[in-house]
Ligand binder design. Structure first.
Ligand SMILES: [Zn+2]
Length: 269
């Protein structure tokens, strides 16, 4: 009865065989020491510890030939989780239009709920002309895109680029991860007021002061922010505590922990 529902809207899982190596290479990329392993088993343990009901799981493909196996892995992992995982598939910019169309149909038939793209890992500009028809195809199937956002060291996932996409493809719902721009939070402000952009607060709160985080959440609208841990980057339980430490009050906390995700993504009223 006391248990408040919590959805973790940003988690990564990798097949057991490569989980350790994949986790380490993400840690190296972001220069953050990783003492976690991004496996489904570990994520379920952390969810149980932290009282998380549902986790969005995803993984990105750095080569086109990885796409089919990643999508099958996410489907299998979600299916085996007994309703604990909510799967997002992935695509790669070097696939042909036909391959992308076929893969999207598969993603829908697999029961996956959206697409995750990490343009810094995948090396494409979010607003690359090549991607515009891809976004249209995604939106046509009613799927949202979870975009990794921001990196001060490169320009692929710049907030300014997502703003262009949001306007050029108004029918696409974008989830801008990391409060709109990891390590470029100031620049993410320009995403405020875009009607088809919502946000997750993963990989942000450890780096932002309480005042700064509250200001940014207020700017985007508390009804547009999802809780996310970016597991295995951060411990879900500790990230929940970071949201609680914002002292938003029960109602706003509930919006961030589950209600916004249910309304925007799961389409529950
Ligand atoms: Zn991610």
């Amino acid at each position: 009865m006391n248990h408040a529902r919590i959805i973790d809207a940003h988690c990564h899982v990798f097949p057991a065989k490569i989980a350790e190596k994949a986790t380490r290479s993400i840690g190296d990329f972001y220069d953050i020491p990783m003492d976690e392993v991004g496996s489904a088993e570990r994520l379920l343990q952390e969810m149980d510890l932290a009282g998380i009901d549902l986790a969005l799981i995803c993984s990105t493909a750095t080569k086109p030939e990885q796409v089919a196996s990643i999508n099958a892995f996410i489907r299998d992992t979600a299916e085996a989780s007994g309703g604990r995982f909510y799967g997002f598939g992935t695509l790669h910019q070097d696939m042909t239009d036909e391959e992308i169309g076929d893969e999207l149909d598969k993603i829908v038939s697999f029961g996956l709920h959206g697409i995750k793209l990490h343009s810094d890992f995948q090396r494409f500009y979010i607003d690359d002309e090549r991607m515009i028809p891809v976004y249209r195809e995604i939106a046509r199937r009613g799927l949202p895109v979870l975009f990794h956002m921001g990196d001060a060291r490169m320009d692929y996932s710049a907030p300014e680029r997502l703003k262009k996409v949001a306007r050029e493809v108004p029918e696409l719902l974008s989830i801008a991860a990391h409060l709109g721009g990891y390590s470029v939070w100031d620049r993410a402000e320009i995403l405020a007021g875009e009607e088809n952009v919502v946000f997750d607060c993963s990989s942000s709160l450890p780096m932002l002061t309480r005042e700064r985080a509250l200001w940014q959440i207020g700017l985007f609208g508390v009804d547009r922010i999802f809780f996310g841990s970016d597991f295995p980057m951060w411990k879900p339980g500790e990230e929940i505590e970071r949201v609680r430490a914002l002292c938003l009050g029960k109602e706003q906390e509930e919006m961030i922990f589950h209600k916004n995700f249910e309304r925007w993504i799961m389409k529950k009223v």
